[in-house]
Write a protein that binds this ligand. Structure first.
Ligand code: ADP
Ligand code: MG
Length: 477
């Protein structure tokens, strides 16, 4: 595709973003791609049929005017549902079956998951009626590969999805946390698809942004009651990216909703990039309620799991691109070098697919080395948690964790405590007041004093600076 088309598209997107606002933009347009431009028509794609119909009915006009502001020759927009597997970068146009923006195109073959099983259109309709966030048809249990780092999370998710209406709720909420790109959204959407397909309980999937947006919009429309009623009518509430929940009134409402649902025996499922105790902006009662269910962490994808995910992806891609093949050594190479996360694995395969389609060459190791070069980044720094700092420092200095949190002021606890606070400040993004709170409710000035103290000492005290280096290594490995 010509470069200036892509550039126009970038500008159209930022125009769109500024017109509809960040929340709306990320809910509906973040995953919209430009497929091509010809004879005054722009072809755009989205991953799901649900997204397509939503955009068609709510934003068709807006998308068109944003394009026209950029390119006045544009006369119409075509919106299509992307192939369920890999992007159609190099697929012949005829196979895409474009649907005109105003008409209702036939997206049958697009509306499948990895295994090609069609998802009943009714589910999306239920979801839409309840105001859920867009779902990606590819994110199902079938396409989720289980490995050491996610076994427990997957098992818990399956359990939730399979539960019947009046079954006792085993753990509530189910709280899944991990670094970025490790499969949280994939699992949450799997629960939503599977739960709704079983028809036992309504499952509503909301991003925290959507929760805020929906609630704020409802308040504006003075329809908060209806919103609450709608929430109470559902069996399972799934909230993704809870760390983005912001604002006092939203949080109060979240707390209220959480309590109401849990007390009524409804299931709540939450994903976040950090454990409940690290959700600084939420108040203590909400944090402890969140921590009171089952909290599961998903670790980094191991090399073996990465390889399995890649194999599954290639397999799925072949349903649409039968000639696409990636030799095992190439997959092994990608699994070894692209260590970041699931998103980069997907990106790497998309590039190989596009490249081999465009050039007609088969995929080789050399091609892979060239194509994925910029995806090979240094290991993302590990998320260091304050609990881990406290545990490891306590072990190193042979004191207990509760000593660190206590008000004792004997020298053998004061120094380790200061070291731990210093590490908390330098290795995490937590604020001074937050660190103070996590160290037995101390004032932020106490934390600041400790940080300065240790900073002052490490320059001269070789033993201390070596100890600190050692602690850092243990925490980051
Ligand atoms: P998160 O929400 O944790 O940031 P996502 O669920 O969006 O991560 O996952 C990022 C990408 O990696 C998605 O394309 C997802 O399908 C893929 N992925 C992650 N873990 C797995 C897994 N265990 N099996 C298959 N695909 C996975
Ligand atoms: Mg996610």
């Amino acid at each position: 595709m010509p470069n200036d088309d892509q550039e126009s598209w970038l500008r159209v997107k930022s125009r769109l973003r500024s017109e509809v606002g960040d929340d709306v933009f990320s809910s509906w347009f973040a995953r919209m791609d430009l497929e091509g431009l010809d004879d005054g028509g722009v072809r755009l794609s989205v991953p799901t049929r649900f997204l397509k119909s939503w955009i068609q009915s709510h934003y068709a006009e807006k998308v068109l005017t944003c394009w026209q502001a950029e390119r006045n020759e544009v006369g119409r927009i075509e919106l299509i549902v992307r192939s369920a597997v890999l992007k159609n970068t190099a697929q012949p146009k005829a196979k895409i079956e474009p649907a005109a923006m105003n008409g209702h195109g036939d997206g049958r073959h697009m509306n499948g998951n990895f295994a090609g099983r069609p998802i009943p259109a009714g589910d999306a309709a239920v979801h839409e009626a309840l105001g859920g966030s867009p779902l990606d048809a590819r994110l199902t249990f079938d396409s989720f590969v289980v490995g050491r780092s996610n076994t427990l999370a997957q098992a818990a998710a399956k359990q939730v999805a399979a539960a019947r209406r009046n079954d006792p709720v085993l753990f509530n909420p189910l709280y899944i946390h991990s670094g970025v790109g490790l499969g949280k959204t994939h699992l949450l959407q799997s629960i939503t698809w599977a739960g709704n397909a079983a028809g036992e309980r309504k499952v509503l999937y909301l991003t925290a942004e959507k929760f805020m947006y929906g609630f704020v919009a409802a308040l504006r429309a003075q329809n908060a009651i209806a919103f609450k009623e709608a929430l109470r009518g559902i069996g399972v509430l799934v909230i993704d990216d809870l760390q983005f929940l912001q604002g006092k009134s939203t949080q109060a409402e979240f707390c209220h909703t959480l309590n109401a649902l849990i007390d009524a025996g409804r299931q709540v499922v939450i994903a976040s990039d950090r454990p409940p105790s690290d959700l600084e902006s939420l108040d203590e009662r909400v944090r402890s309620r969140l921590a009171g269910g089952l909290v599961v962490e998903m670790g980094a994808l191991g090399e073996e799991l990465r390889l399995e995910i890649l194999k599954a992806r290639v397999q799925a891609a072949r349903a649409h691109h039968p000639t696409f093949d990636v030799p095992l050594p190439v997959l092994a190479y990608i699994a070894k070098t692209v260590t970041h996360n699931g998103r980069d694995l997907e990106g790497a395969l998309n590039r190989l697919l596009a490249h081999s389609k465009l050039t007609g060459q088969s995929v080789t190791l050399e091609m892979a080395e060239r194509e994925v070069k910029d995806l090979i980044r240094p290991q993302e720094p590990k998320r260091v948690k304050i609990e881990d700092i406290q545990r490891i420092v306590a072990r190193q200095y042979n004191v207990s964790r509760s000593d660190l949190l206590s008000s004792r002021r004997t020298a053998n606890v004061v120094r380790p405590r200061q070291v731990a606070m210093y590490l908390a400040k330098t290795l995490t993004l937590r604020s001074l007041p937050e660190i103070g709170r996590r160290f037995g409710g101390r004032d932020h000035t106490t934390v600041l004093h400790a940080v300065r103290k240790i900073e002052g000492l490490v320059g001269n005290d070789v033993t201390l600076s070596e100890e600190i280096e050692l602690l850092k290594r243990q925490l980051q490995e």
